[in-house]
Structures are given as C-alpha cells and as structure tokens.
Design a protein around this ligand. Structure first.
Ligand SMILES: *Cc1c(COP(=O)(O)O)cnc(C)c1O
Length: 485
C-alpha cells in the first residue's frame, strides 16, 4: 500500500510561496490565531504533484482504457468541451444576474432546449434536473400534477422488469405504486401482457428504451396505443439515447415524457460523482407542467419566465448544472445532425460486433441484434465453479475495467457490456481476446480466477463489509490528537 499524503507530509516542508507578512496578526482586533500545528500534511510542491500523479496512475479512468460498463455510457469526451465550459463568459456567471447581462447564456439554454426538442421530437425540455434519476422524479411529478389537474386519481406505474433500477425508486418517491411487468422470452414487452395489466388506476408506463438488455421494443407502436387507450401516459427513460440519435424521435412515436442523460449521450464526463444533467422533455399537452424558470425569446431577446399556471415548481435551486449544458451544446454543434446519427450507428455496430465475439465464449440469452449494449452471462462457467465476480476481477489483471455485473436481474450471472461508439476495432478485439483468455483459464485453472485480481494495488476486497462497515482511514487525525489508524 502506498502511503497517504499525511504519512508523507511530516517533513516540515511547504509548497507555498506566500511572503511572511510584515504585521503581527496577534495585534489585529477580533482575529483569533491558532497556536500549534493545524494537522495538515507538510510537504513540498514537487512531492504533492508526484503523490497525485501516482494516485492517478493507480486509478482506472477513461483516459487509460476502455470502460465497458453497461448502461453507463462511459465514452470519450472531447477536451474542447471542457475548454468551452471554462470560458470566463460562462464560468464567471451568477445565476441571479439580470437577463440583460446574460443574454449569451440564456441563448445557449434556449438553443440547447430547441436542439433537444428536435432530436427527441418533443415540444419542450426543462434543463433543471441534474441527474438521470432526478429527471425521472421530475417526469413523475409532471405526470402526477397532470392527472391531478384533470381530477383523476391514478396510483400505479407499470415498470417492466427490464427497466433501469432507478425507475421504480423514482415512482415510489413521487407517491405512486410501482407494478412490475415481466418481459417475454425475447426480453421485450408483450402487448398482451401489458393490456392485461393496464387499467383505470394506471398513471404511467415507465419504459427504459432501449431496455437494459440493450433491446428496442419491437411492439412500441402497439404499446403506445394500449397506454393511450387506457388514458395513461408513457414515460421513456432515455438515458441511453446514444442508441437512437437520428434514428428514433420518441415524441414522434407517442412518448409523452422522457429524460435524457446529457452526461452519457452528449459527452460530459461522469462517474466519480461528477455533475450530471437529466433534462426532461414533454409533448405539447404537458409543457405547462415543467419546472420554472424557463427561457423564452421575445422581440429578439431572451428572458426567464418564473411563473406558469400548472408548473410543478423548481426541482433545483438555479437552472440545473449549467456547465454540463454548455458541454452538451458544444458537442451537439460539433457533431451536427449527421454526426449524431453516426454516434448511434457506431454505438450499435460496436455493440453487435462485440456481442458476436464475446458470444463465442459466453452465453447470450437475448442474441438481439442489440442496440448500444448487450448482456452476456457467465453461467456457462459455473461448471468450473467460476462466477461473474471472478471474471470481473480477472479483467482488472489484464488492465481492463469490468462491465456492469449482476444487472439486469433477469439474466443469471449477468455481464452487461457497452463498448460505446468511440472505441476502435483493435480495442474491441483486445477486450474480446481477454474475455476468451478468461474463459479458457476458468476451465484450466479456476483457482487462479478465485484469487484475482493479482496485480492491482489492492486485492479482492470484502465488498459487503466495505459497504456496510467501512474502515475510514485518515492518519492526519493523529496529529490532531485523535486515534487514527
Ligand atoms: C444511468 C441511467 C439512469 C440514472 O442516471 P443518473 O444520472 O445516474 O441518475 C437511469 N436510467 C438509465 C437507463 C441509465 O442508464
């Protein structure tokens, strides 16, 4: 284990160049000075830089290698987006500045909303939600107020078992009752099962599209019809819209409410808790329910409107994560409509290519063709007492990040793989080769897989205990007189 910066920083060194003041702070009225050390590491600038470079090189990140996490869309994010979001004119704004002073920022929000409306065939978008799950919650609130405004009491939301895990959680948070609907043997919604489950009490069908098996609902037209005939709304979790850009406009096929994950589809880095953005789009009859403020254009000027009759109100103190919107808008402008279509086409081609290769060694319960991702299964290696966890850990030894594992729940020993559109063929081939090697190792030396990872800074962790009773280590506590370990 490498030492922490607190253990390294005991040299009485400093990395600051501040001059010593020519005044005595003790004589300034009202200022309390601390006597004695403050418990911060004492370390020179060069050693600080080495410390963090060493940590970064131990870590796995998108600049180091492929990230095949299903559903997460960990793709390359062009650096120019960061530069643009960091421009003083964007980074230095305050959300409470007068509309007249921030015309450029308002124009960007207005233009981004228009672009998202065009891409998705929706009438209006709110940029306020700051995550995909936050968008789901916003969408459910819109649905709730819509039915309330019509004097209808509808309590249940149908969620297919192929939906993303956040969907039922958002349903519950908004006071609806989730009703799980089983997928058919192809991993899709069977319109007859839906028709049997839907009723006067159904508010919404909440659909992840493509679903978490990476499949597009073949019967979508019929599904929409059934939902609308029952007087319910259809919600689309569009977090993985990178499979549909330029191919499907959800609004045009009758989706009433949807969210996007700008931090997946539209190239903002995410993971590690980075800021996200989950805009919510609706068709015309629901536009008035979106959160305020909204940006409108009147007489060639942009302004924010803080009131609307039916609005659900605010879901975020300001206007959402504005800098994420800047990056997404930069990405959309750089790609253009043909570029966005190419994004989705490449995502689909890459996923199908990899599915065919990985499918030579692993079970594929739903062989597709898939959209942007596919779900393989490690169940064929169970005969050697090797589980999906072992496969995931062994991948780390080969310098690769593991896919999403054990999700979706409807696939035993699931390995959910999304290669994304920005990876080249050699990278995909390498991933497939390593998956093959691991399948061979499972047969020949299963003990090795049980011990993996062997080459990482820490070996196999007790994940359950790490989550339930973490040992928080902060040796700096020592210098504050605490009992750190
Ligand atoms: C990632 C994802 C979400 C949740 O998005 P967050 O920004 O993590 O809240 C919801 N649905 C699907 C399909 C996703 O892939």
């Amino acid at each position: 284990m490498s030492r922490t910066i607190f253990e390294k920083g005991i040299g009485g060194k400093s990395g600051n160049y501040l001059p010593t003041g020519d005044f005595n702070v003790d004589t300034i009225e009202g200022i309390r000075t601390r006597k004695g050390p403050v418990g911060l590491p004492e370390i020179g600038e060069q050693d600080i830089i080495r410390h963090y470079v060493e940590l970064a090189s131990k870590n796995y990140h998108i600049d180091k290698g492929m990230y095949p996490l299903g559903s997460c869309t960990m793709k390359y994010n062009p650096v120019v987006n960061e530069e643009i979001a960091g421009l003083d004119g964007f980074g230095g704004l305050h959300p409470e500045q007068d509309d007249d002073d921030v015309q450029g920022a308002l124009e960007l929000m207005y233009s981004l909303e228009s672009a998202l409306c065009e891409i998705c065939g929706m009438s209006a978008f709110s940029l306020q939600p700051v995550a995909g799950a936050h968008g789901e919650m916003t969408g459910m609130m819109v649905a709730k107020d819509y039915f309330r405004s019509r004097g209808e009491e509808r309590k249940t939301v149908i969620v297919p078992d192929s939906a993303h895990g956040t969907n039922p959680a958002s349903v519950v948070i908004c006071g609806f009752e989730p009703k799980v609907m089983a997928s058919d043997e192809h991993g899709l919604i069977d319109p007859e099962i839906l028709a049997a489950q839907i009723g006067d009490d159904t508010a919404v069908l909440m659909l992840t599209l493509p679903n978490t098996l990476g499949l597009f609902e073949k019967e979508i037209a019929r599904i929409v019809e059934i939902v609308h005939e029952a007087g319910a709304l259809i919600y689309m979790d569009g977090a993985n819209m990178n499979a549909l850009l330029g191919i499907v406009q959800p609004g045009a096929i009758g989706i009433d409410i949807m969210h996007l994950n700008l931090h997946k589809t539209f190239a903002t880095p995410h993971g590690g808790g980075g800021p996200g953005s989950g805009p919510v789009g609706v068709r015309e009859h629901l536009a008035d329910f979106l959160p305020v403020p909204r940006v409108v254009m009147e007489d060639g000027k942009y302004r924010r409107v803080y009131e609307s009759k039916n609005s659900i109100g605010r879901v975020h103190p300001w206007h959402g994560n504005f800098n994420v919107c800047v990056k997404a808008y930069a990405y959309i402008c750089a790609c253009g409509s043909e570029g966005l279509l190419a994004v989705s086409e490449n995502a689909i081609v890459n996923a199908n290519y990899l599915m065919k290769k990985v499918g030579q060694w692993y079970d594929i319960k739903y062989p597709g063709p898939c959209m942007h991702e596919f779900v393989a299964s490690g169940r064929n290696l169970k005969q050697y007492d090797v589980r999906t966890t072992d496969i995931a850990k062994r991948l780390l030894d080969y310098g690769l990040h593991a896919p999403t594992v054990y999700f979706p729940l409807i696939v035993e020993e699931a390995l959910m793989i999304e290669p994304v559109e920005t990876e080249k063929k050699e990278t995909l081939d390498n991933f497939a080769d390593v998956m093959e090697k691991i399948a061979v190792e499972a047969k020949e030396d299963p003990e090795l897989l049980h011990k993996a990872p062997l080459t990482t800074p820490v070996r196999r962790l007790d994940e359950a205990s790490a989550a339930r009773s973490p040992e928080l280590c902060w040796p700096g506590l020592d210098s504050l007189g605490g009992e750190g370990d």
